[in-house]
Design a protein around this ligand. Structure first.
Ligand code: PMP
Ligand code: GLU
Length: 385
């Protein structure tokens, strides 16, 4: 009955485990969840107020598929101010979360047999979207010794005549690793002269600790032309439930194809969300963003210290995002079994590394309060010993 393409698709492991942990907790079990890639903060007041105003003014109707002009302009201004990227508003589309932006992109770009290079560990969704469109995910292994970043040599070796796209996530989910300008320049050098596109997923751009964020597309004009910049507000201003993401590319053929696809699937995104999102982009929420970033940094430092005190576990300090990708290789070579037993015996939910394409690790999200982090890591320590 079902199509071959949907049979190729696996459910999102991050969402599945997060939902399971929530259900166990709701049923009265003592569960501490470090599975969700979701800030525990509330959406800033200034954004909520914009939503209320929009609702009261009656902005409750269909809009243009890509988004209202004020919003597209706010995104263009943000990309220029924060990322030194000059896009026209017509080169931007808003979608129901960055996940939906990525879905649109892969659907219009990846054909049967096209190869997509994905540095591993990767966010769970990328290979699934590629397989769904008939493409072939080509994972390139990295590990904690290389800071979970691919080298230009690894990239060169992975390229074949069928390579269509490289997906780069900086800072990374699940490792928090951040590519420096020099590293991005080396990647740009490898791609020069090819017709390979780059998808730059910059979802965690605002969550950086003592380092500088560089947008892939800002490296040079050649990179600007071949890059599709993807971002959203789920992580930076805690808007996961509002469903807001966007992408930008100067490639008119590509952007128009995505507009066409979205016009026949989701149409525009929620009209209230569009008005509220402007306040998350134009600087009015900057103080809230900085408050949350500092809190995450404190939690990161605490969690890294506590994990590295446990015999048999180790973790490198992430430069961005809110995840620790913990090496469990001295304890277990089966991250799925490790995670299942940790949940059933100690009530601690984490995501097995295998879901991100890297066995021998678990992902621990520190987007939760300090008290839970301390208690959760205490339970992990008891479990490990
Ligand atoms: N990219 C990365 C790297 C992510 O971790 C996420 C997590 N949700 C997304 C994209 C999608 O986010 P959203 O759909 O909520 O905008
Ligand atoms: N991206 C988040 C995570 O990795 C949210 C879940 C999802 O969208 O997969 O946990």
């Amino acid at each position: 009955m079902l199509t071959k393409r949907v049979k190729r698709l696996n459910e999102s492991m991050t969402l599945a485990i997060t939902t399971l942990a929530r259900e166990l907790k709701d049923s009265g079990k003592d569960i501490l969840s470090f599975s969700a890639g979701e800030p525990d903060f509330d959406t800033p007041e200034v954004i909520k107020e914009e939503a209320i105003i929009a609702l009261k003014k009656g902005f409750t109707k269909y809009t243009a598929v890509a988004g209202i002009p004020e919003l597209l302009q706010a995104i263009a201004t943000k990309l220029k101010r924060d990322n030194a990227l000059v896009y026209k508003p017509s080169h931007i589309i808003t979608s129901n979360g960055a996940k939906h932006s990525l879905f649109n992109l892969i659907q219009v770009l990846i054909e049967q047999g096209d190869e997509v290079i994905i540095p591993a560990p990767y966010w769970v969704t990328y290979p699934e979207l590629v397989r769904y469109s008939g493409g072939i995910p080509v994972p390139v292994e990295t590990n904690d010794e290389s800071g979970f970043k691919i080298t230009s040599k690894q990239l060169k070796d992975a390229i074949t005549p069928r390579t269509k796209l490289l997906i780069l996530t900086t800072p990374s989910n699940p490792t928090g690793s951040l590519y420096s300008k020099d590293e991005l320049e080396e990647i740009a050098e490898v791609l020069k002269g090819s017709d390979i596109f780059v998808c730059s997923d910059e979802m965690y751009e605002k969550l950086i600790y003592n380092k500088e964020f560089v947008s892939v597309a800002s490296i040079n004009d050649d990179m600007f032309k071949r890059t599709i910049t993807v971002n959203g507000l789920s992580k930076s201003v805690a808007m996961t439930g509002w469903r807001f993401g966007y992408l930008a590319t100067p490639n008119e053929e590509l952007i128009n194809a995505m507009k066409k696809l979205q016009s026949q699937s989701a149409s525009n995104i929620n009209s209230i969300t569009q008005h509220a999102a402007i306040a998350g982009l134009d600087g009015r929420a900057d103080k809230d963003i900085e408050f949350m970033r500092k809190e995450f940094q404190k939690r990161r430092d605490l969690a890294v210290k506590l994990i590295n005190e446990i015999d048999g576990l180790s973790v490198i300090i992430p430069d961005g995002a809110f995840y620790l990708f913990i090496n469990i290789k001295n304890i277990s070579s089966n991250s799925m079994k490790f995670s299942q037993e940790l949940l059933s015996k100690k009530g601690v939910a984490v995501i097995p590394g295998i879901g991100f394409g890297s066995e021998g690790y678990i992902r621990f999200s520190f987007a939760t309060d300090e008290k839970s982090i301390i208690e959760g890591i205490k339970r992990i320590k008891e479990f490990v010993s």
